[in-house]
Each structure stands twice: as C-alpha cells, then as structure tokens.
Design a protein around this ligand. Sequence first.
Ligand SMILES: N[C@@H](CCC(=O)N[C@@H](CS)C(=O)NCC(=O)O)C(=O)O
Length: 201
Amino acid sequence: MKLYYVPKTRAGRVRWLLEELAVPYELARLDIGTREHKQPEYLAIHPHGAVPALVDGETTLFESAAICLYLADKYAEKGLAPAPGTPDRGRYYQWIVYGVVTFEPAMTKIVAETKELPEAERAAAMADRGRTTFAEYSGVVERAIDGRTWLLGEQFSAADVILGAIVVWARSLGLLVDRPGLSAYAKRLSDRPASKRARAD
Ligand SMILES: N[C@@H](CCC(=O)N[C@@H](CS)C(=O)NCC(=O)O)C(=O)O
C-alpha cells in the first residue's frame, strides 16, 4: 500500500491509522513547494491534487475518512472497527461523519477567516460566527467523551483517529482552552505510540 503524504495535513490521520493497524505501507511524500501534487501523474490519482490518497493494488482512494474506513475494515482483525449492524457501529459512523461533515468545517471556517484568506478577504463577523458554532460543536464532543477513555468507551477505534485527529488539530490551534475534557482527550490521543510514530518525521 502506498500513502501519498504531506506532513501536517489530513494525510497524517491516515498515516496514524496505518500505524495503529501495524501493517506495512509505503509513504510517497509529495513536495508541495514544487507543486508536485498538481502534476498530471498525481492528478491521475487524486482529482483535486490534494492529500491524502491511497493506492492499494488496483484500488485508488481519496478522502481521508473514506481511506480510514476502508483500512479499518480491511484489517478488521485489528479491532479498530465495530462489527457492521451493531449499535457501536452506528455510533462509530456517527462520530466519523460528525467529525468530517460538521466539526471540521466549523474549525476550518475559523482558520480561513483568521489565517488562510488574504487579509482583505477576511471577515471578523464570519470568524465570530465560526467561533460560536465551534463552541457549540466542541461541547457536543466533550460531553460525548465525558467519563469515557475513547469515543466508544474503552475500545479505541478508527473514529478516535478521524474525529480525534481533528480534536488534536483544534487543540494545537488553541481552540480548546475552555474545554478541559476535550483537551485531555486530545492529549490521550497524542500520547499514543502510533500517533507519535505518525508524527515522527
Ligand atoms: N476532505 C479531504 C480534504 C483534503 C485536503 O484538502 N487536503 C489538503 C491538505 S490538508 C491539501 O492537499 N491541500 C492542497 C490542495 O488542495 O491543493 C480529505 O479529508 O482527504
């Protein structure tokens, strides 16, 4: 398996999951500086020239959450995906989809309006609205983790990698100062050996 990768991007969550699964993989590092990710060779793998993408034999996949879901099922014996049709599987889908569809966009809105957009295009009102929404959503995740080690209880799962990677990112941006429970969860996630290995270089 080959993971197309750039450090400190959404490719990191797939690398982290591969480390949790302890399966062999190859990292194909792309050089954003030379726009390697926008060259025809890579656009044939990812239609937007974004990372991550995974090539597994004849299968080529993009979208970090989809890749993680695929890998967790492919290596089901590693125990990172609850069995299909069970209540835990339902909660697993819920937190993964909540992570990428609801929680992450609320956060990227703040990032866009405070850092990424050219200054002339930033709108303080949009950033404030983003902060209000993020405060509500981060409260939802904090309550979900209250009294639990991981999202599904004692069983760590790929949902902790996908939503967890977003929580860790939020913490690194200083967005969790009023969320001690979620900050503690982010720390537990970052302290996992597989998470450390995925960030090693
Ligand atoms: N929803 C996609 C987002 C992918 C994405 O936007 N990746 C960023 C890095 S975090 C990227 O490659 N940006 C460079 C570009 O799009 O040109 C996923 O989760 O895989």
